[in-house]
Design a protein around this ligand. Structure first.
Ligand code: KG4
Ligand code: ZN
Length: 327
């Protein structure tokens, strides 16, 4: 029985897993508190995590119909993320594990996004993963459980960040992704936004798309829905093209799409249609965006790999794709 805690950004989430089965996954979203500031305010995020973690934890135990004494491990996101926000989850995990005399599992948030796919089916290796979230845009190659190799990364903005910035330019609230998706349904992808570093297999770039939208909006002559549809279409085609490049050079048995951006139905469908891989795992939208169940799913594999710890955990805000403490 794993208790998993996720507080790396603006969602306070606690889940209970019995091995790889999700028994509960409770989430308190801070979005409405950050919305009036146009984005996540780190200090506010830390304070809200501290205020809500007890209630979220209690509900996660109640929903799973267990008590603290049933737990065997406490897993927690230790990075990457906002330092103060991460520290709230890590402190709670350290205290729980200490008082219950059970081991801790320090989980990389990015591994959590990848392992969210496990809720949709088994992983078949080698697998090619596209992780697109508010902070990251990566293509990852996995040859076995927990064997991550970084194939492509963003040179500037992340894909979700691009959604958020385009939304802001169109006067839509934070986080922009779901609002752009909704508005795009009323528009047509008529604007040919740029596709930078098109032939570079190991790099994404989204800042040019953001600038192109800004330039268009500055003319005053535009249709918001067409901009939303065109930006969403360009992001989908960039992700598809980059995955195609990797598929040309690597043997792949399965495609995994994960991270908040893949909550987007248009992008999910576009990639499924565009790519020649039949075996595709995409987490349900609620498991694409940040949640603690994905941390528990990764933790299940960390434990099997001997990665549980008895010592206090520390914070790794700048963590890349490696294991915490290994970089
Ligand atoms: O994975 P996530 O919840 O948090 C990070 O680890 O960053 O991803 C959040 C990002 C935000 O940028 C948000 O705008 C984007 O995912 N997002 C979407 C959609 N839902 C969330 N982007 C496009 N379409 C969506 N429906
Ligand atoms: Zn995330």
């Amino acid at each position: 029985m794993i208790l998993a805690i996720e507080t790396s950004c603006d969602e306070t989430s606690v889940a209970v897993l019995n091995e790889a089965t999700i028994c509960s996954n409770v989430l308190f979203s801070q979005i409405k508190h950050h919305q009036k500031h146009g984005g996540v305010v780190p200090e506010l995020a830390s304070r809200l995590h501290a205020e809500h973690i007890d209630t979220v934890l209690k509900r996660a135990l109640d929903d799973a119909s267990i008590t603290l004494s049933d737990l065997t491990h406490v897993a927690v996101t230790v990075g990457p993320g906002l330092e103060g926000a991460l520290l709230v989850g890590i402190t709670a995990a350290n205290a729980l594990a200490q008082s219950l005399s059970i081991p801790l599992v320090p989980v990389n948030h990015l591994h959590g996004h990848v392992y969210a796919a496990l809720a949709s089916g088994d992983m078949i290796f080698p697998s090619l993963i596209c992780l697109a979230s508010g902070g990251h845009t990566m293509i990852i190659y996995m040859t076995g459980p927990l064997q991550f190799e970084l194939i492509a990364n963003t040179m500037d903005d992340a894909c979700g960040e691009c959604f958020d910035k385009v939304a802001r330019m169109l006067g839509l609230p934070y986080p922009g992704g779901p609002h752009i998706e909704r508005l795009a349904n009323d528009g047509r992808p008529t604007i040919d936004f740029p596709h930078p570093v098109k032939h570079q297999a190991n790099a994404f770039s989204f800042s040019g798309l953001k600038t192109a939208v800004m330039t268009k909006v500055a003319t005053g002559d535009y249709d918001s829905a067409d901009i939303a549809a065109s930006a969403q279409h360009r992001i989908a085609s960039v992700l598809a093209h980059k995955l195609q490049l990797s598929l040309h050079s690597l043997p792949v048995n399965q495609l995994i799409l994960c991270g908040g951006v893949f909550a987007n139905a248009y992008i999910r469908q576009y990639l499924c249609d565009a790519l020649p891989i039949k075996n595709t795992l995409i987490p349900a939208p609620k498991l694409c965006t940040d949640n603690a169940a994905m941390i528990g799913l990764a933790a299940h594999h960390y434990i099997a790999d001997g990665r549980a710890k008895d010592a206090y955990l520390s914070c790794h805000p700048q963590l890349g794709l490696s294991f915490p403490g290994a970089q």
